[in-house]
Design a protein. Sequence first.
Length: 155
Amino acid sequence: MLRLKPITYKEACMFIEQFHRHHLPPWGWKFGIACYEGFRLCGVVTIGRPVNRVRDDGETAEVTRLCTDGTKNSCSFLYSAAWRAAKAMGYKRIITYILETENGTSLRASNWRLLYKTRGRPWTNDKRTRKDKHPLCDKWCYGTGNIDDLNNSAS
């Protein structure tokens, strides 16, 4: 049986470093939630401000990482918990992005809706060069809560 517990930023980052397939831990966060099966940590979700500054309106939270060890139903369990916690804190909506190659089953099982597809691109620009450590493919944006006023103009 799955259960939720609070988790520290350091603990969440250590789990993400060990298990995440294609991302490093996030740079910061607002809060995180851990998922346990018995006494075994089997997943974490980190929630922060939206990466897209147009979405950063003070009422939108973003799942910046969701990482599990593959335990059945842990992804949808954590997505649902993230929305309940964000809503309890006063957020009106929560969003996340997944790779175009991922199917979104856990999000749909948690009653999140597909909002739009956004183009993958590097963080580098003319004034600042960076070494990309993330996939540059297109991504799907999912969300829940008061998402009817979101559109793809900010993608």
